[in-house]
Design a protein. Structure first.
Length: 406
């Protein structure tokens, strides 16, 4: 984007109000179904085509940055749009408007799910677990086609599956991501697309960017220490959500194995409750990271309910927003580096493997127990992949199928 266009974009941003940003994103938070890729399409139609807050080139650069970074890509794009339009208050207004509808819906579901009992409730929850299998299988299929289109990245993804399944803990996930980046530096240098030369207008100064990066790292390292020293349940929950949000590359579905390791393995949430909530999260608009509101509500801990939901939503989104603020002032220089793009190619391939491993265990092993279960999963996968059905329809059909088979 040229200097004149950048200046025009800045003038448009100054003309915006926080209320305008909030209302625009609240409407999207109530209507945006379909996952992060669909959300990015909604944003383009609303803010590039209809409202003209920025031009096509600037939007493409913004999306590229958010897909490069760890965190929830569509929420990071929305946060950035609010920042460019109305400064830091606008960024918070965009995040709040887009996130709160889905978070509130999942808190309400958490209270309703706790009341489900007997064969009807068990059938409904089993149907939602099977929906989760279909949704994640569809995510693996789509991500593999985009992020592993050649033998180098397919090899990295396959190795990540082996690492995660054999190590079998959060350490395996971290090892897979680190190895993916290292191997990407060696094998993916000639595979990354050329970076765009258009500069990205940003309201974030280099000093603020450095402070944000320092805070991101301080919390990532310091929260586990504070968790041990304080023995506080609230700190423990914040740490679990923060670490999960900090390690997500490649889309919201990748947070599934990270959150399961953080909450199911220590016994805070049962596998059934975890997968039922994940299935329900597909039926509502807004970001998938709002699943944290459900987990915070149902966690077996003195800090749960609305307080746990607030901790979950805040902590899981925070690292992605901090690293976004840290990257914005330096993105134009970073994306020109072949080594940076190669490393991210390897990391993105490894997270495809991480999600594929989660598809097998725990999703498949804990949910698919019969031929009828497999049939429901297959129907959901075909509806999503071939028929391009909305996730809401798949959730409804899956829940109905679980009730019929109960």
């Amino acid at each position: 984007m040229g200097v004149d266009a950048a200046n025009a974009s800045t003038r448009n941003a100054r003309a915006g109000s926080v209320a305008e940003v909030f209302i625009a994103f609240l409407r999207l938070g109530l209507t945006c179904f379909g996952g992060p890729i669909a959300h990015i399409g909604y944003f383009r139609n609303d803010f590039v085509v209809r409202r003209r807050w920025l031009d096509e080139a600037a939007y493409a650069d913004l999306v590229a940055l958010c897909q490069f970074l760890p965190g929830p890509a569509s929420s990071q794009v929305g946060f950035s749009l609010g920042l460019m339009r109305a400064g830091y208050p606008g960024a918070l207004a965009a995040w709040f408007g887009f996130t709160m509808p889905s978070a509130i819906a999942l808190v309400l579901f958490a209270h309703g799910a706790a009341a489900l009992s007997g064969p009807i409730g068990a059938g409904l929850l089993h149907g939602l677990k099977l929906v989760a299998v279909s949704i994640v299988a569809h995510a693996v299929w789509g991500m593999a086609r985009t992020l592993c289109p050649d033998w180098q990245r397919a090899l990295i993804a396959s190795a990540a599956v082996v690492v995660v399944l054999f190590i079998g803990s959060s350490a395996g996930q971290i090892v897979a991501i680190v190895l993916g980046g290292a191997v990407g530096l060696l094998l993916c240098r000639g595979l990354s697309a050329e970076a765009s030369g258009a500069p990205l207008a940003s309201r974030v100064s280099p000093r603020v960017g450095l402070v944000a990066l320092a805070l991101f790292a301080l919390l990532l390292v310091g929260l586990p220490v504070a968790r041990i020293l304080s023995a506080s349940t609230g700190v423990a929950l914040f740490d679990a959500f923060y670490r999960s949000g900090a390690l997500v590359f490649g889309g919201g579905h990748v947070v599934l194995p990270l959150l399961r390791e953080a909450f199911v393995t220590p016994g805070w949430v049962t596998d059934d409750a975890f997968l039922a909530g994940y299935g329900a999260a597909q039926a509502i608009p807004g970001p998938l990271f709002s699943f944290a509101a459900y987990l915070g509500s149902v966690v077996d801990s003195p800090v749960s309910g609305v307080t746990g939901a607030a901790i979950g939503v805040t902590a899981i989104f925070l690292p992605g927003m901090l690293i976004l603020l840290g990257a914005l002032p330096f993105w134009d220089a970073l994306r020109q580096r072949v080594s940076a793009r190669a490393m991210m190619g390897g990391v993105n391939a490894s997270v495809v493997g991480l999600l594929a491993a989660a598809l097998y265990m725990p999703l498949w092993t804990s949910s698919v127990h019969s031929l009828t279960d497999f049939a429901l999963v297959l129907v959901g996968f075909v509806l999503l992949t071939v028929w391009r059905a909305p996730p809401l329809l798949v959730v409804v059909l899956g829940a109905a199928g679980g009730l019929v088979l109960s």
